[in-house]
Each structure stands twice: as C-alpha cells, then as structure tokens.
Design a protein. Sequence first.
Length: 276
Amino acid sequence: MNEVELYEFDRQGYIIIEELLTPEEVGSLSAAIDALEEDALENVDKPPRKKSGWGAEYHQNRDKGYHASGSNDEGATLIIEDYWNADPAFDALLGHEATMEYAHAVIQGRPTINNSEIRIRYRGNQSGNHGSGAREANGKYRYNFNSHGIDCMMVRMVYFVHDVSNEQGAFCVVPGTHKGNVPCPYGNDPDVEPGVVGLEVKAGDAVFFTESLRHGGLTNRSDQVRKTLHVGYGPHFMMSQNIATMDELPYITDETKGRLTADQFALFRPYPESDA
C-alpha cells in the first residue's frame, strides 16, 4: 500500500485498486463462480440446513463444502459462503501477494480470513446501507489509529470479475463515515441516502474498505447479474464472520486443507501458532 493509498484509505475508508487481478485470474474465478452459482441454485432450498446464531438459515452443502441462502428471483440475492471448499480456482486468492500487502498495512498483528462470500445480485436487487456511526457500539468494526498506525478489526477486499456500472447495482459507500460517532438517521436505502457514492469498476478491479464504513449496493436496474467475491480479514483472534458460521471456527474441509500450503492454511487459523 503506497502513501497515497494509505492516506485515502484513512480519509475515505476505502480505496479502489485497479487491475488487482490478472485477466487469467478473472477468467478462472468467473468460471468457478458461474459453476458454483448453478450448483447453489439447484440445492439452496434443500436439506441439510444450517441455522446461524443470528437466526438465518442456510443450505449446508457437504459435497462441495459451502453454505448458501437466497434465490435468483427478481430483487433477490444469492449468497454463497465458505466457497474455498467448492473449487481450487479460489485458492489463487489465498495469500494473494498484493492483497496481503493491503491487509498487513491496516491490521495490527497477524491477519487471518474471517469472511468469505460470493454475492450474486439479480435484477431489482438492492443491498441496504449499513455500517458507520456509534463506533464503540460493536468492537468488531473498530477503526482506530495509534502509534503503530491504522488499527482495523475488520476489512474486506471485494473482487470484481466483470465491469459494473451504477445502473448495474454498483457497490456504494458514504466516504468518511468510518469515523462517525452517531447513528445514521437516513434509513438504509442507498439510492436516496445523501452522500452515497457508487463505485463503478472494471473486471479485475477491487475495492478495499473497512467494515466500519457505511456501505451497500445500488439497485441493479439492468439485466446483468452482478457477481462479486468477498474476502474479509482481521486480527488472528477473530472467529468466522460469515453469517452461517458466525463466531465459529472457519469452515475448511479436510480435502481443502490437504491442497493448501502451510502459509495458505495459516490464514484460517484464528489463534497464535503456539495455541492452535
């Protein structure tokens, strides 16, 4: 992370990173997402079920090791969590050199992965704004600065495998709200909230942001299905922040563990090595 990116991340709460993924990575990840979308839509309403501590219910796919909820209805979102287990193509993001440089720049201590989800948003879908305000209300979203620099609890890298315009339901933010101290009074509609900025991107770009930042997704008014890959990072003591496995150990199957390097698997170890 260069000094301009660091300054803008601190000032705005996010940065856009152009061409973070190579065309080859975009191609393989896009194909893997398409195949997983098809599989998840066939199974999302079937047993076995996994009920999260937050009450949300997911299909638990034991064959491919993912959790899924939602649908492809107009206005809906399909969410696929723990996708690492489903296809080795996603391994390219584990220990991704450029990504880890960004994570290390804003997380103090050893970063680990605490969130992994694919969000597939169909025509008419909107993702309500959330985050920011009353920063002390939930320490999980902490954004601090100390003598060692920026100190984030939860950051997320969102990778884009196709171009996305505002009309196509762009990821959106309210810059600077990661430093807010009072709750937002505007509701959660990103299409009308004052100060919302849609982030139009190209395939291969990524958005890196703190979860403390107010963010969401504009309404997808197009026929293009908007597909994004999310990877969340935080200090090593954080458990899974996927909704299906909230505050549990990361869900990594033995088969997946067997194909990962030691450094890749360390990204899923939420304890110091001596305590694991």
